[in-house]
Design a protein around this ligand. Sequence first.
Ligand code: ZN
Length: 148
Amino acid sequence: MTNGCEAALITCEDYRLHQRADGRNYIGEFIEDLGKDCDLITRGGGIQDIVRPENHGYSDSLMRDIEVSVELHEADTLYLVNHEDCGAYRDMDFSSRKEEIDRHYEDLKKAREIISERFQDVEIKLYFGELIPGSSDKYEIKPVQSSP
Ligand SMILES: [Zn+2]
């Protein structure tokens, strides 16, 4: 038997969020604040492959990772965390910071819809890592406000 965990978190592979030479780990700190044991699924662009897969298999592959957490590790909450200045979104050529953040928020909401069709009993929470003003590598992870 495996050990059950409480949650899983899907985020970008970008080292600035969690694997830094300076020892900061924004994702690790976020999980510590949640106080939950958490599987970590990393992928370039976070949930982008679910919303806009360049290749059909990319979405299936990410769904498979989620399936392992939910069905094998018994995660009942999923945290989706995208972030500002994401390389996987760079070719979208955003004309403003607002446009960039709006795109991520839309993608996160769409991803929640798609994931919850398949994993109906799982609670899905959306977060976004914003760069701290004036910084190119320091993040603050904030909840995505639900809008009507
Ligand atoms: Zn990224």
